[in-house]
Design a protein around this ligand. Structure first.
Ligand SMILES: Cc1cc2nc3c(=O)[nH]c(=O)nc-3n(C[C@H](O)[C@H](O)[C@H](O)COP(=O)(O)OP(=O)(O)OC[C@H]3O[C@@H](n4cnc5c(N)ncnc54)[C@H](O)[C@@H]3O)c2cc1C
Length: 611
């Protein structure tokens, strides 16, 4: 099964649309230039298309296996992981002082998409490793940093995130794992964690767990949690490996998708000997852990995008070769048409593409805001950081929900073959579903949005967003090609604004917000998507005109324009970008007004239903 990427759109986002120079001219990225970034993407793509993609099918069909307390990963995973580690793809954006490449997040998005799209199970391994290493870099003592960071960023050891327990999933305040301080300053950790991604495997000689646990006498609930780093194998002062650290794997889950990613039950300290080291301060563990959770949430959004994009590309390739029926423009007496000629198949393909482009624009723009927050200071930094925090739950939930729907639409294009294992569509659909569940379910993301994110900085980030989207709509309203789309965006902004101003004033506002958090997040996702796609379409239109100018093509001569689009990959790309924005604005954006009607009705039937 070959991975079909969307390299062209990834490069459009990075090199043509985002203001990359604003990032590159500043502080930590001064040494980086566009040519370097283009080469970085080339190199990453080779690995993604090569060994990483090559073992994706085996990862699914054979999956991770558990025998005698050990987890074995499928054939090809060790080689692909080795290629990712030796190429620096575990930590392209990490600080060079700890062995990272020091690249901006804007390019990190493209790298993550290539790897996640080629092999989601393997992508998760490195996502968690860099997240756990970053926790140690931020909150660890110099000694812990020296012991772990470089070895993890280089891929010599991997990392995990150990939150979930049988009685504590969404409700992290219910965690019971214990950590007792010892005379030497370390802690003995004991408890059982479940659903731990890559909690055990045979890729590396050590695995470094970031564990949330409770110290004796700590308050109940989330405020009593502390964060620890617990290696699978103890590490000697000289950095060499010591004996086992009493962390055992009790089994792995048998699940719908991501079969190559072992989802482990881990037992810490069954024999009283799991040594852990405190990160940051006691009872600040959840606040510290949010650094890793937020990064992972955004990356899970990238996963939704990656699965959707790969599924869409596969459907597009299939539609270009499958013959069935006769299209409306087929010549009389001609044989069967390619299914790509059928209007219903074309509708589905463009809708898939439009949502994929909207998701990619959202996660890329979020990454660019992270870079801007990194290179600015004071009020300007706060503004970019506010947008990052607002966009984090939206990226996670909107891209995973709509990413899953896109994989379903893509599967449909294959007809019966899509339902078989002969084609990759069904694997993309199964692999994608988890993205709406882990890292905080999408219901929990929506509560974070309407609770904390709407209130932060006095509500400014969400107001900034409405203003930016409204201004973009206003500036394109008179355009002959994009005017109708701009008006759809203006309507959507108005509908969202009405919900956000009216609902909180209702007598039963707290209930209405809890009941409608998910549709509110969906409204925001669509408005951001529509706003960013309109910007991109405006740019694509200009670029298409410039290309016509260069090639001497009259924009008012449809035949000549079509000939250019048939012969030039760029001309076709810009044309499709404009069409995707138009389609999204007419098929996606009206959902915002539909949600508004439902929400403003004040209907609360779910609370009166008898379940
Ligand atoms: C394949 C896989 C990999 C995973 N990897 C990891 C990992 O590496 N590390 C880790 O720590 N965990 C991991 N998890 C656990 C995952 O994060 C949890 O499953 C998830 O957070 C949900 O917890 P739960 O399963 O207990 O569901 P519950 O919390 O029981 O939720 C059940 C349902 O109730 C809803 N719900 C719960 N509370 C509320 C509320 N307050 N308001 C509204 N709705 C609510 C949820 O949205 C959900 O729909 C993984 C899970 C899976 C399946």
């Amino acid at each position: 099964m070959k991975y079909l990427d969307d390299d062209r759109d990834i490069r459009f986002n990075l090199f043509e649309w985002l203001d990359l120079d604003a990032v590159l001219k500043a502080g930590p990225y001064e040494e980086v230039d566009r040519d370097q970034l283009a080469m970085v993407l080339d190199e990453c793509l080779k690995v993604a298309r090569g060994s990483v993609s090559a073992c994706n099918e085996a990862g699914d069909r054979v999956g991770a296996r558990f025998e005698d307390g050990k987890v074995q990963l499928p054939e090809g995973f060790a080689e692909a992981y080795g290629d990712l580690a030796s190429g620096g793809w575990i930590s392209p954006t990490a600080d060079p002082a700890f062995g990272g490449m020091g690249l901006p997040e804007s390019v990190g998005t493209g790298i993550s998409e290539f790897i996640m799209g080629a092999n989601t199970a393997l992508g998760l391994e490195i996502l968690l490793t860099r997240g756990a290493a970053h926790l140690i870099e931020t909150f660890g003592s110099d000694e812990l940093k020296g012991t772990f960071c470089e070895r993890m960023y280089s891929g010599e050891w991997t990392g995990t995130m150990c939150l979930t327990e049988a009685g504590a999933g969404s409700d992290l305040g219910a965690l019971t794992t214990k950590a007792v301080r010892q005379d030497d300053g370390s802690y003995l950790v004991s408890g059982e964690k479940i659903f731990i991604t890559s909690g055990n495997h045979d890729l590396t000689p050590n695995i470094i767990h970031a564990v949330l646990a409770r110290t004796p006498g700590a308050p109940a609930g989330p405020k009593g949690l502390s964060l620890f780093v617990v290696p699978k194998v103890r590490v000697n002062p000289d950095g060499s490996l010591g004996g086992p650290n009493d962390v055992t794997c009790a089994g792995i889950e048998h699940k719908l998708g991501i079969h190559g990613s072992p989802t482990c039950s881990l037992v810490f300290g069954a024999n009283g000997g799991s040594q852990g080291f405190l990160l940051g301060q006691e009872e600040q563990g959840l606040a510290h852990m949010f650094q890793m959770m937020n990064a992972a949430r955004w990356e899970v959004g990238v996963q939704g995008l990656s699965n959707a994009s790969a599924a869409h590309q596969a459907a597009l390739a299939y539609a270009r070769e499958r013959l069935q029926g006769r299209g409306p423009n087929a010549d009389k007496g001609a044989g069967q048409s390619l299914i790509i000629e059928h209007p219903d198949v074309r509708r589905s393909l463009l809708l898939q593409s439009a949502y994929v482009q909207a998701m990619r624009a959202l996660v890329s723009y979020t990454a660019w805001c992270m870079d801007m927050a990194h290179v600015t200071q004071g009020a300007e930094r706060d503004r970019w950081q506010g947008l990052v925090e607002l966009f984090t739950p939206i990226s996670k939930a909107w891209c995973s929900d709509w990413g899953f729907r896109v994989t379903e639409w893509a599967l449909q294009v294959f007809g019966g073959y899509g339902y078989t294992m002969d084609y990759p569509a069904e694997q993309y659909l199964r692999d994608c579903k988890i993205a709406s569940i882990y890292e905080g379910t999408n219901g929990i993301q929506a509560l974070d949005l309407v609770g904390r994110k709407f209130r932060m900085q006095g509500g400014r980030p969400v107001q900034d967003l409405l203003k930016l989207a409204g201004e973009a709509a206003g500036s394109w309203t008179g355009d002959p090609v994009l005017g109708a789309s701009a008006r759809q965006l203006a309507e959507a902004v108005k509908a969202l604004d009405a919900v956000l101003t009216q609902l909180p004033g209702r007598e039963n506002a707290p209930l209405l917000m809890l009941l409608n958090a998910v549709p509110i997040l969906d409204m925001l996702g669509h408005v951001v998507g529509g706003y960013l796609l309109l910007q991109q379409a405006g740019l694509a239109k200009q670029k298409a005109l410039a290309l016509m100018g260069e090639r001497g093509v009259d924009p008012n001569d449809p035949q000549a324009v079509r000939a250019l689009q048939a012969g030039s990959r760029d001309a076709a790309f810009y044309q499709n970008k404009v069409q995707a924005a138009i389609h999204f604005s007419h098929r996606g954006l009206p959902l915002v007004a539909a949600h508004a009607v439902a929400l403003l009705s004040g209907e609360t039937a779910p609370m009166d239903a008898v379940f």
